[in-house]
Design a protein around this ligand. Structure first.
Ligand code: SF4
Length: 392
C-alpha cells in the first residue's frame, strides 16, 4: 500500500467521520434487533490486536460491544500435541516448531513436569525454532536426523504444510504433527454457544479469507442471518466493518461485504485450496479446552499418511470420548477463546499468568487474546483517554 493510501486510512478526519456514523447507527441497530449491547465478534487475532492496540473498543458507543472470538491457532492447539512433541524431543527426535508455539504450555505430564518445548530444550530436548516448514526440510535433509515438524495454524498456514507434502519435498527422516484447524466450523460452534445472547455481527478474518475467499462466509448470512464484513487490519478497516454491520442491522438486511477487497477476492486462492484438498481430509478435531468440533481439522489423506508423525512413532490420538479438559487449573482460556469471558475475568490474568510467564495458552502467542490485552490493556487506558476527549 502506498504511503498516501496508508495516511488516508489512518487519518483523523476519516476516523472521526466513521465514528460519527457509528454513533448515529448504533441506537437504530439496537432498536431493530431488540438487543443491547450489540455483540460484534472478530475471528482473527490480528483484528483483536488492531482493536486493542488502537483502543477501538473504547471508542465504541455503549450500544456496541466488540468481542474477541477464536482467532488464535496456537491457543486452541490441544495439550496432547504439545506433550507429544515434548516427549519426542526428550527421546532424541528433533522437533521443529514455529516460534509462537515454542512457549505453548502442554499438560506438564511428560518428562516430569516439563510444560513447553522451551522447557524441554532447557532440559536437553532437541528443539529448533524455524520460520517455515521449508527451513525444517532444509535442515532435516542436510543433517539426516529423525525429525518432526509441529504444524499449527488455520487455513492461512495449512497450504504451506500441504504444498511440500503434495510435491514430494519431505525427506524420509522428517514427519509432521498435523494440528491444522478450520475456521468456519468453529464459527458455527461459537454461534451456538452464544445462542442465548446472540452475536449480531461478524468481522471475518482477513488473513484466512485470502485463502478461502470471501465466499467462505456466505453461510454466516444465509444460515444465521448475521451481517458479515471481511475486513483488513488498519483501524479504519475495522471501524468501517463495524459501521457496515450496524447499517445492515438497522435496515434488517444482513449481507456479506468484502471491505478488504484490496487483498481478498471472492474465490480466494484456488491453488492453495486445491493443495489443502489434495493433501488432507476434513475430520472432526479437538480444540483446546473446548473438545471435539465436527469437521474442523485436517488429517493427511491415506496416500500421504507416511508423513504423519503420530503414525510413524506409534502414538495414538485420544478419541472424542477419551478427550479430557486440557487447560491448567483455573485458566479460562476456552471461555476467552469463545468470547464468553474477557481476559480480565480470569483471576490469574497479570498475576500468575503474564506474557513473560504464560500459564495458559491464550497468553503465549502474539495473537492470543490474553497476550494482546496484557500488552495493550483491554480498554482501560484508552477508555480514560476517550472519556477525556469527550468520546464517551
Ligand atoms: S490469563 Fe492466563 S490463565 Fe487466565 S485465561 Fe488467559 S491464558 Fe488462561
Amino acid at each position: 500500500m502506498s504511503g498516501k493510501a496508508l495516511a488516508l486510512l489512518r487519518g483523523g478526519p476519516l476516523v472521526n467521520a466513521i465514528l460519527a456514523k457509528i454513533r448515529e447507527l448504533a441506537p437504530k441497530a439496537v432498536e431493530a434487533v431488540g438487543q443491547a449491547p450489540i455483540k460484534i465478534m472478530d475471528f482473527c487475532g490480528t483484528h483483536e490486536y488492531t482493536i486493542t492496540h488502537y483502543g477501538l473498543r473504547s471508542l465504541m458507543p455503549p450500544e456496541v460491544e466488540l468481542v474477541a472470538g477464536p482467532g488464535c491457532p496456537v491457543c486452541v492447539t490441544p495439550a496432547f500435541y504439545v506433550d507429544t512433541a515434548i516427549k519426542l524431543s526428550l527421546e532424541g527426535v528433533r522437533v521443529y516448531t514455529y516460534g509462537d508455539a515454542y512457549k505453548l504450555p502442554g499438560s506438564g505430564r511428560p518428562g516430569g513436569g516439563i510444560r513447553s518445548l522451551e522447557e524441554a530444550r532447557a532440559a536437553g530436548g532437541d528443539v529448533v525454532v524455524v520460520y517455515s516448514i521449508l527451513d525444517a526440510i532444509r535442515r532435516a535433509s542436510r543433517e539426516g536426523k529423525d525429525s518432526v515438524f509441529l504444524a499449527v495454524g488455520f487455513e492461512t498456514t495449512a497450504p504451506a504444510t500441504a504444498a511440500p507434502v503434495v510435491r514430494g519435498m519431505l525427506p524420509s527422516n522428517l514427519t509432521i504433527i498435523n494440528v491444522h484447524r478450520l475456521t468456519p466450523p468453529i464459527m458455527r460452534y461459537t454461534f451456538e454457544r452464544h445462542r442465548e445472547n446472540p452475536i449480531r455481527g461478524v468481522i471475518a478474518p482477513g488473513h484466512v479469507s485470502t485463502i478461502v475467499g470471501a465466499k467462505a462466509w456466505r453461510f454466516v448470512v444465509e444460515d444465521y442471518g448475521i451481517p458479515t464484513v471481511v475486513a483488513g487490519f488498519e483501524p479504519v478497516d475495522v471501524l468501517l466493518a463495524v459501521m457496515e454491520i450496524l447499517r445492515q442491522l438497522s435496515r434488517g438486511e444482513p449481507m456479506l461485504v468484502n471491505e478488504y477487497s484490496r487483498v481478498v477476492t471472492w474465490e480466494g486462492n484456488r491453488t492453495a485450496q486445491k493443495m489443502i484438498a489434495e493433501c488432507c481430509d476434513v475430520v472432526d478435531a479437538a480444540w483446546r479446552g473446548i473438545g471435539f468440533v465436527p469437521e474442523s481439522g485436517l488429517a493427511f489423506r491415506d496416500k500421504y499418511r507416511i508423513h504423519d508423525a503420530l503414525l510413524q512413532y506409534g502414538i495414538r490420538e485420544p478419541g472424542p470420548d477419551e478427550w479430557s479438559y486440557d487447560l491448567p487449573p483455573g485458566c479460562r482460556c476456552a471461555e476467552v477463546t469463545l468470547g464468553m469471558a474477557r481476559p480480565t475475568d480470569c483471576p490469574l490474568f497479570m498475576k500468575v499468568c503474564t506474557p513473560g510467564t504464560p500459564y495458559g495458552p491464550c497468553m503465549v502467542s502474539s495473537e492470543g487474546t490474553c497476550a494482546v490485552w496484557a500488552r495493550f490493556g483491554g480498554g482501560g487506558l484508552a477508555e480514560e483517554i476517550a472519556r477525556g476527549i469527550g468520546l464517551k
